[in-house]
Design a protein around this ligand. Structure first.
Ligand SMILES: C[C@H](O)[C@H](O)[C@H]1CNC2=NC(N)=NC(=O)C2=N1
Length: 114
């Protein structure tokens, strides 16, 4: 278990701090399969997970949904045949909060536990 995945998301309000470039450089090392991407001017974390079929992809999607509900923090989830694209960012601050890195690490754990 990485340090991040052992942590809980905290309430994230509009005035919460975005992660700095320096923090991002440190945090991303703990989730090396995730790619930071800017979309619509918002920094996000994205990873594509591969599966054998749609049913397995949908099962993973639902497990990630359960984890998101527990954390009170919610990703973008695109479920397709054989793959799920998971995208984390914080709507309230239009960018990346530490919560997104915690949830990305937890998503990796959901995948590892399938
Ligand atoms: C009221 C509720 O907790 C908020 O709307 C939460 C829900 N889930 C969320 N998820 C994400 N990714 N970003 C948010 O800002 C966010 N806000």
């Amino acid at each position: 278990m990485s340090d991040l995945s052992a942590q809980k998301c905290e309430a994230c309000r509009a005035d919460a701090p975005k992660v700095s470039d320096e923090e991002l450089a440190v945090l991303i090392k703990q989730i090396p399969d995730w790619v930071p991407e800017v979309r619509d001017g918002i920094m996000m974390l994205e990873r594509v997970y591969k599966f054998k079929n749609f049913k397995q992809a949908l099962h993973f999607t639902n497990k990630v949904g359960d984890m998101a509900e527990e954390e009170g923090h919610h990703p973008g989830l695109l479920t397709e045949w054989g793959k799920v694209t998971v995208t984390w960012w914080s709507h309230s601050i239009k960018g990346l909060h530490r919560n997104d890195f915690i949830c990305a690490a937890k998503t990796d754990e959901v995948f590892a536990a399938l």
